[in-house]
Design a protein around this ligand. Structure first.
Ligand SMILES: Cc1ncc(COP(=O)(O)O)c(C=O)c1O
Length: 339
């Protein structure tokens, strides 16, 4: 193990995919394994990647070609279709509401908190009473968990609302040791090219419900074996799964590095930063501050989804947040390889 010094703010701010050069050889060895196996899809590496991700979460896990595949599987499993309402925070990427819209459902947007940029319990209570939704998305924005995740999950359970956690930003986060995606009925990760760890394209659904896991496996593969599930092709390839394995094994180190760098270099420069509650760890996909800063990667999202989609709902905190937060660049800098 090579000791990793913390680079300065300038270096931390140069964009880099969270891939560690020390993993290149191992990745190539895994790719050779696939080439030799003559099995490029639906093979053992998908299973290995799923097992790693599932073990981390204490759940089952099903790999997909993207977040969208996993989200559609979860929504379809919940029975979401035309005439249904799905709760969705407006402060998210358009992927989240569009998944519900794709299935013919109506989206009921909810406001977010100023402190965490995520949907609040009060907004979930309002929207459930108003819309009687079949399902809801809770999006963990920025790398931490929504501060009221536990209470929101409990409310959804009590009200019979199927809860999907959008964990696209939340790799490596935890709340009192518990992983994102384990509070609701399902959690869905993205491994898109800019995420804390990445496979270029990819996604993973986690859940403790065996019926949902079985459904998701059929959904990603045209409903095979018996076509009782109406799915299409949302599979991940073996080559992508190999990247996922080396990345998943490196996740704790990447998150530890980002947190060390944040404490040592960035916190002193940014007193008006997002503050986490006791017991929460952020994977620091984004380092969020509430003061305008000179060097920023911009905002997590510039324009809220309710505005992009023309919904005439008033979400004042979401609008405030869109104008008043910025992201300080913070990228993983692995130790260099020994000569
Ligand atoms: C919050 C959020 N949800 C969903 C997605 C969609 O992920 P994917 O591109 O893997 O479908 C993203 C990806 O950027 C995201 O940031």
């Amino acid at each position: 193990m090579i000791p990793s010094a913390i680079p300065n703010a300038e270096e931390l701010g140069r964009f880099a995919i969270g891939f560690d050069e020390r993993d290149r050889r191992r990745l190539h060895a895994l790719w050779d394994e696939i080439l030799d196996s003559q099995r490029w899809a639906e093979g053992v590496l998908i299973e290995r990647f799923e097992n790693l991700w599932g073990q981390r979460h204490g759940t089952g896990a099903v790999a997909f070609g993207s977040w969208t595949g996993g989200a559609l599987a979860a929504l379809r499993f919940a029975g979401v279709g035309p005439g249904d309402v799905v709760i969705c925070p407006s402060n998210t990427f358009m992927a989240t509401p569009l998944a519900a819209v794709h299935l013919g459902a109506e989206v009921a947007f909810v406001d977010c908190g100023r402190d965490d940029l995520c949907a609040t319990l009060a907004e979930f209570e309002r929207a459930i009473a108003e819309h009687r939704p079949r399902a809801a998305f809770l999006v963990h924005i920025g790398g931490h968990l929504a501060f009221e995740t536990e209470a929101i999950a409990e409310l959804c359970r009590a009200e019979g609302v199927f809860l999907i956690e959008d964990c696209a930003h939340a790799h490596g986060a935890s709340l009192r040791g518990r992983q994102p995606g384990t509070f609701g009925d399902a959690g869905v990760y993205s491994f898109y090219a800019t995420k804390t760890i990445s496979t270029g394209e990819g996604g993973m659904l986690v859940s403790s419900r065996p019926d949902l896991l079985e459904y998701a496996r059929a959904f990603r593969n045209y409903g095979k074996p018996d076509h009782a599930v109406g799915g299409l092709n949302f599979r991940m390839s073996e080559f992508t799964a190999a990247l996922g394995i080396v990345q998943a094994e490196r996740l704790d180190e990447i998150v530890a590095f980002k947190n060390r760098a944040a404490r040592a270099v960035l916190d002193g420069l940014h007193p008006a930063r997002l503050q986490l509650p006791e017991g929460m760890v952020s994977g620091l996909y984004k380092y969020i501050v509430f003061d305008a800063i000179e060097r920023s990667t911009g905002r997590v999202y510039d324009e809220p989804c309710h505005r992009l989609m023309g919904h005439p709902i008033d979400l004042p905190v979401t609008d405030w947040v869109a104008e008043h937060h910025w992201c300080v660049p913070l990228y993983y800098r692995p130790p260099t390889l020994p000569a």
